[in-house]
Structure formats: structure tokens, C-alpha cells
Ligand binder design. Structure first.
Ligand code: HEC
Ligand code: HEC
Length: 216
């Protein structure tokens, strides 16, 4: 795993008396902070091969392919490096990243980050336990509220480096949580999710995945 440690700066840690939501202001250190701005135009050129699966503007129409439009550039670049270097593996995606140069990765990240995320089909099939875990965390406070980092409606927190989850399908979210639990996603900033996912049961994961898919 990477040398650099995940470090958190806690700007705000307050318990709202009204609803008990734990509002955390967290940020990540490391590569995300030093992401130089890529060339959006060059990214558009390089993105032609991505369109078949992720959609031309990064809004995917197929449940197994995650939307990447509007995702933080630092997060996109980090995932592309991970696929290229074998720290995150997927039979469909890994070959796509193999030949990318560092510059292409930065440009692609800039292009997709600049696109607007569109939620095509928000699910109506919600889960009450999933919504509760999302908002308040759980298991005797051993699991932080997902909303603290990913936002109440999964909008993410670009400056802090927390990915947007709205618009992702329950299938993809479930697979991602399982991959973290199995320690299969080894990016520089995966530790936090590996630790969280290790405390989630299969039922928790299904419930959370259902809830995320309802975000408009
Ligand atoms: C053949 C289909 C396919 C093509 C073409 C493809 N991808 Fe992917 N991509 C996937 C799949 C499937 C995943 C989910 C992998 C997983 O579950 O770990 C993915 C995941 C990603 C992710 C991670 C998303 C996240 O939320 O963590 C990024 C970023 C990404 N792709 C970017 C690209 C870029 C940029 C290109 C073009 C250079 C591209 N992809 C081409 C199938 C594809
Ligand atoms: C302290 C902040 C924090 C909390 C709390 C948190 N996450 Fe995350 N989450 C992250 C970060 C950082 C990443 C990106 C890690 C990486 O590089 O793979 C991430 C990634 C993810 C992904 C993968 C997204 C993608 O596009 O592939 C999913 C799904 C996810 N989180 C779900 C959850 C759920 C569900 C919870 C609550 C049980 C939660 N997270 C709580 C910080 C957090």
C-alpha cells in the first residue's frame, strides 16, 4: 500500500441537537491536493474510447458502468492510476487504462469533472435501514455517517476528495462496498472505505446500495 497516510483535518465536529446528524468537515491529504488542472479539450479527444461504456459526457446508461461526469478530477485521476497500475482491477476497465499516459489521465479527469452529472433513473425502491445508516451512521457509533463525507444526497465533496455517489446504481455501489471489504481497491485514499466496509454486514451493504440509488 502507499506510504502516504490518510490524514484527516477535522474542521468541524458538531452534533446537531435537532436531528443528531454528525457534521464532519474532513479533507484528504496527498495527491488530490496537488492535482494540476488538465486540458479539457485534450481530455475530450482522449475520451472517445470511454464513451461506449461511460457515455459521451460521462453519464452512463448501463447499470454496470458507473457515471463519471461531474466526479472530482482528483478522484477520477486516482482511480485511473489505480486501474493502470493494477491497484484496482476490473476485466473491462483495466485494459482501458493500461495505455494511458499521466498527461492523458490528467486531461481525461479534467474533461469528465467538467461535465454535468445527470441522474437518469433515480430508484424508488428505498431502504429505511439504509437511509438511517447513511444519515446517522451506526453499529454503536463505530460507523461514521456516510452523509458526513458523501453529502446528504450523495453529491460528494470535491474539494475534500470525497466522490459523488448520486447517479450510481445499486449494483455498482454494492460491488464497490464489497470490493473495499475484500481490500480489492488499493488507492492511496481507499483506507477509510476499507475500514468502514469491514464493519458493514451484507444486509447493510444491500440497504445502503438501495438508498444511494434513490438520490435524485
Ligand atoms: C468496456 C467498457 C469501459 C470502457 C471503454 C471504459 N470503462 Fe471505465 N469503467 C468500466 C467499468 C465496468 C468500471 C467499474 C469498474 C469496477 O467496478 O471496479 C469503470 C470504472 C471507471 C472509473 C472509476 C469510477 C468510480 O466511480 O470509481 C473511471 C474513473 C473510469 N472508468 C474512467 C474511464 C475512462 C477515462 C475511460 C476511457 C479512457 C474508460 N473508463 C473506458 C468500463 C469501461
Ligand atoms: C470519512 C469520509 C467517508 C465516509 C464517512 C464514507 N466514505 Fe465512502 N468514500 C470516501 C472516500 C475518500 C472514497 C474514495 C476512496 C477510493 O479512493 O477508493 C469513498 C468511496 C466510496 C464509494 C466508491 C465510489 C465509486 O465511485 O466507486 C462508495 C460506494 C462509498 N464510498 C460508499 C460509502 C458508504 C455507503 C458510506 C457509509 C457507510 C461511506 N462511503 C462513508 C470517504 C468516506
Amino acid at each position: 500500500m502507499s506510504q502516504s497516510r490518510l490524514s484527516f483535518v477535522i474542521f468541524v465536529l458538531r452534533q446537531t441537537a435537532l436531528n443528531g446528524v454528525l457534521a464532519l468537515g474532513l479533507t484528504l491529504s496527498g495527491s488530490l491536493a496537488v492535482m494540476a488542472g488538465g486540458d479539457i479539450q485534450a481530455g475530450l479527444e482522449a475520451s472517445k474510447t470511454c464513451a461506449a461504456c461511460h457515455g459521451a459526457d460521462g453519464n452512463s446508461g448501463v447499470p454496470m458502468f458507473p457515471s463519471i461526469a461531474g466526479q472530482g478530477a482528483g478522484y477520477i485521476a486516482e482511480q485511473l492510476h489505480a486501474f493502470r497500475d493494477g491497484n484496482r482491477v476490473n476485466v473491462l476497465m483495466s485494459p482501458q487504462a493500461k495505455a494511458l499516459t499521466d498527461t492523458q489521465i490528467t486531461d481525461l479527469a479534467a474533461y469528465f469533472a467538467a461535465q454535468k452529472r445527470v441522474v437518469k433513473t433515480a430508484s424508488t425502491d428505498d431502504s429505511i435501514p439504509g437511509a438511517h445508516l447513511w444519515k446517522f451512521g451506526g453499529h454503536a457509533n463505530t460507523i461514521a455517517a456516510c452523509a458526513a463525507c458523501h453529502g446528504a444526497q450523495g453529491q460528494g465533496n470535491q474539494p475534500a476528495g470525497f466522490p459523488a455517489l448520486r447517479g450510481l446504481t445499486s449494483q455498482y455501489v454494492l460491488e464497490s462496498l464489497m470490493a473495499y471489504r475484500n481490500n480489492e481497491r488499493k488507492t492511496e485514499h481507499a483506507d477509510i472505505m476499507v475500514s468502514i466496509a469491514s464493519k458493514l454486514s451484507d444486509d447493510d451493504m444491500h440497504d445502503l446500495a438501495k438508498h444511494v440509488a434513490t438520490f435524485p
